[in-house]
Design a protein around this ligand. Structure first.
Ligand code: COA
Length: 370
């Protein structure tokens, strides 16, 4: 039995922050810190902070701006984190809200009603609560019967949840599955960390998967492949045991932290080998691949992966980039690229969606236009 991706949807927050705006706020924080700690810095007790720069951000990452759920709180020097209103238990949660927006768009593209869906899988890097599952809240709001659950494989959550949906459909437990990837990455980003303050943005994607699609716009899934390998180079130690362990809730390790350069060096060959192996297992050579919709974390990283895979510089249309506008939106990134750059696919054209990130984790989904 074949499984198809018959619709995708994207929620983009209304507000965005440019590199210039972000750096202006960061550099004011640095100036204030250095001023307040002037004596300690002179005595050698405290290290002075160094300013950031928009040129560095663009050059090192390819990022020019990012959408966020709350701009004011992030740029407010007394806060430097989003200011989100806590919602009551009877109100819809912010992550379910973005997921529902993206889901309605994906269902419309698939020519389906919510009542046609049998299961909801919510995969993302940061779940806003332990339970009840966000997926079950989304299921309730959209009046979907069947089952729903949350899962987290960091930036690879979309491809890992697509594989779960694919397996559920193939095994016969569901005919149609809705996968959602809501990401409020600004909530886990340390905006006082010069090395990382520019990296993330917020967004949500949704993907509809179904068996035997009649939809001429659909993509048939030729195969999925997942891989993980433990690494401490990307970590976030925030968790429910923090208070039991009496650890400092404001410590840097309770937010996103990474050794960016090591990640770059180690993940590039891992992704290249992963996609190569996946294509080989499907008897496909890279010259049959029209497009790579890669995870959107770093422009040079994607260029290098594509170059190693293709054996030459990739053309712009072979590896679409959305991180200049969205920054790294964790699991949503590769799906945003797919959502925005799939309309020109002709019947039988083949492409690869691939995500990678913390864990380490790598996922790939090879698809062919109906
Ligand atoms: N502004 C100006 N300069 C900065 C800066 C900033 N905000 N942050 C760091 N620098 C400086 C450093 O101090 C360093 O200076 P030095 O050479 O004088 O010591 C220099 O820039 C290079 O720093 P480095 O951290 O090695 O930069 P990089 O080229 O590796 O780029 C990343 C940093 C994070 C953009 C890049 O490593 C990356 O994207 N890695 C992959 C990350 C990834 O995919 N993560 C997955 C997350 S899900």
């Amino acid at each position: 039995m074949s499984v198809y991706i018959s619709g995708t949807g994207l929620f983009t927050p209304k507000e965005f922050i440019t590199n210039e705006e972000l750096v202006e706020s960061f550099n004011s924080y640095v100036e204030n810190f250095n001023q307040e700690n002037k004596n300690l810095i002179e005595e050698g007790e405290v290290e002075p902070l160094t300013p950031s720069s928009p040129e560095f951000i663009k050059k090192a990452s390819g990022i020019e701006r990012r959408y966020v759920q709350d701009k004011e709180g992030i740029l407010d020097l007394s806060r430097m984190r989003p200011k989100l209103k806590e919602r009551g238990n009877d109100e819809i949660s912010i992550m379910a809200e973005m997921a529902i927006d993206a889901s309605i768009k994906a269902l419309s593209e698939a020519n389906l009603e919510a009542s046609d869906i049998d299961a909801v899988i919510c995969g993302c890097a940061n779940l806003q609560r332990a339970y009840p599952a966000l997926a079950i809240e989304i299921q309730k709001e959209l009046k979907i019967s069947g089952y729903a659950y949350d899962m987290n494989v960091a930036c690879s959550s979309a491809t890992f949840s697509i594989q779960n949906a694919f397996n559920d459909i193939q095994s016969g437990v569901a005919d149609r599955v809705l996968v959602v990837n809501p990401e409020i990455c600004s909530g886990h980003l340390n905006f006082r960390d010069r090395d990382a303050h520019f990296i993330f943005g917020d967004a949500c994607t949704a993907v509809v998967l179904e068996k035997n699609s009649e939809n001429k716009k659909a993509f048939k899934i030729l195969g999925t492949k997942l891989q993980t390998k433990f690494s401490n180079n990307i970590r976030n130690n925030f968790g429910f045991l923090n208070t039991s362990e009496d650890s400092d809730p404001h410590a840097a390790d309770k937010l996103f932290i990474q050794k960016g350069r090591s990640v770059f060096k180690e993940v590039v060959p891992m992704v290249q080998a992963h996609i190569n192996d996946h294509l080989q297992s499907l008897d496909l050579s890279t010259d049959k691949i029209k497009r790579l919709w890669l995870h959107q974390a770093n422009l040079s990283m994607n260029q290098l992966i594509a170059k190693k895979l293709l054996g030459r510089e990739p053309l712009k249309e072979e590896m679409p980039i959305i991180l200049n506008e969205y920054a790294n939106t964790s699991s949503a990134g590769s799906i945003i690229a797919f959502h925005k750059y799939k309309e020109d696919f002709l019947s039988d054209d083949i492409g690869v969606i691939s995500s990678f990130g913390a864990g380490y984790s790598v996922g790939s989904v090879v698809i062919q236009k109906v």
